[in-house]
Design a protein around this ligand. Structure first.
Ligand code: NAD
Length: 397
């Protein structure tokens, strides 16, 4: 297949590009390199040393003989250029990663809120709009997030995208229908992913587009089979307070002998998936496209859930690091349950890598191996969700 990977220079996009190229597909990365510019804006860099995208693709060609094409296009800003590229290349499938993906970054200031909304909503809408205009019947796979569901405490598992509800009809009986699970975003970033969902619903219904939306958990791990083939193919590892996930923060803290900083009570439950499994799931989704006229196909792309304090304790047990409790910069429930259905990918053959078996390797092979590159001042999470929370933290750091 000819596959366009929008955002293919990013943390999930790069190993996906290598994996699909390795499987013999013709891979085209479309990326505006904004993630690298954001590193420059924040004054941070990936823990792992990343080469330019041109150098990475050159090494891949040298190692495998396979070509990965790179196209520098901003899909949110340059609609006509992007449409022209789609018209010239007409991919069979399009995998859409090209969005600003950090919740803390999206909450940093009013400018960051505007940027995240403009970038993410325009990126998705430009893609859908151009595909319809060009009559392009490619399978569109979008990387969405578990964060669109919020974290409900009603004691029922979160289904894969759609909720069955009983409604009272005017005729006086009960009718059952499935609705898109009610959106409950916890940040501006997550809000854009909720808006994406509505765009997909409309375009699937109105134009018969074939769309798969993967509601992904927090991706952990760095290496995949393909990134390990050469040291210059290494994946990025974000550890700063905005882009580094809670797990990466813990891994770095364990590696440099700092206490693991848990925000609030640590009772927040999150969903996780290893990068190797994420890449496999995307391939499984690619092999199982919806049929034209189907509703948007939604998968919950996660393999396990953990409370943040249990995660800290797991890493503490494995490494001897201490755990410290700090005020929470986010506006969120102190404690939440998260039970998630994920049987679709398991039924398609996914055999997940677990945190318990893989974490120590991450600390030793990645966090400790590159600890000399850590800027310690960048590890704490500093972006607060509201001005009130920012004030509280300033007075009680
Ligand atoms: P990333 O920031 O590392 O990669 C995103 C890539 O998209 C970057 O290379 C960036 O330069 C590019 N991009 C952004 N806006 C663009 C635009 N307008 N035009 C062209 N390119 C653009 O993010 P990631 O961690 O690889 O995440 C990829 C996708 O998966 C995101 O949509 C994210 O919401 C989703 N996701 C990620 C995680 C995770 O834990 N990393 C979890 C759930 C969902």
């Amino acid at each position: 297949m000819k596959i366009a990977i929008l955002g293919g220079d990013g943390f999930v996009g790069w190993p996906t590009s290598l994996h699909l190229s390795d499987k013999g597909h013709e891979v085209h990365i479309v990326d505006n390199l904004s993630r690298r510019w954001i590193d420059a804006e924040l004054g941070v860099q990936s823990l792992t040393p990343m080469d330019s995208i041109q150098e990475r693709t050159r090494i891949w060609k040298q190692e495998t003989g396979n070509t990965i094409n790179f196209h520098l296009i901003d899909i949110a800003e340059d609609y006509e250029v992007f449409k022209g590229w789609l018209a010239d290349n007409r991919p069979d499938a399009i995998i859409h990663f090209a969005e600003q993906r950090a919740a803390p970054y999206s909450m940093k200031s009013d400018q960051h809120k505007n940027y995240t909304v403009n970038n993410n909503v325009n990126a998705t809408h430009h893609l859908l709009n151009a595909m319809v205009e060009l009559g392009l019947d490619a399978h569109l796979i979008h990387l969405g997030t578990m964060g669109v569901y919020g974290y409900s405490n009603v004691g029922a598992a979160i289904p894969e995208g759609y909720l069955a509800v009983d409604v009272d009809t005017l005729a006086g009986h009960k009718a059952n229908q499935e609705i898109l699970y009610p959106a409950n975003p916890g940040s501006i970033y997550h809000m854009t992913k909720c808006l994406d969902q509505l765009l997909f619903q409309f375009y699937a219904k109105n134009d018969g587009m074939r769309i798969t939306d993967l509601h992904q958990g927090i991706v952990w791990g760095t290496h995949t089979q393909q990134t390990l083939r050469h040291k210059q193919l290494i994946n990025r590892f974000d550890y700063d307070g905005d882009y580094g996930t809670v797990l990466n923060r813990f891994l770095i803290q364990a590696a440099i002998g700092y206490p693991l900083t848990v925000h609030g009570t640590g009772g927040q439950t999150r969903a996780f998936i290893h990068i190797q499994d994420s890449v496999r799931c995307i391939e499984l989704a690619l092999k199982n496209p919806p049929i034209r006229g189907d509703r948007v196909k939604v998968f919950n792309q996660m393999t396990e859930t953990h409370r943040v304090r249990d995660l800290a304790e797991m890493i503490s047990r494995q490494t001897g690091a201490k755990v410290a409790y700090l005020p929470n910069p986010r506006k969120e429930a102190a404690e939440n349950d998260l039970v998630v259905e994920n049987k679709q990918f398991l039924e398609l053959g996914l055999d997940p890598i677990t945190l318990e078996e893989g974490l120590l390797g991450e600390v030793v092979d990645v966090a400790k191996a590159y600890a000399y590159r850590v800027d310690r001042s960048r590890v704490p999470a500093v972006s607060a969700w509201t001005k009130e929370i920012a004030d509280e933290i300033e007075h009680d750091p």
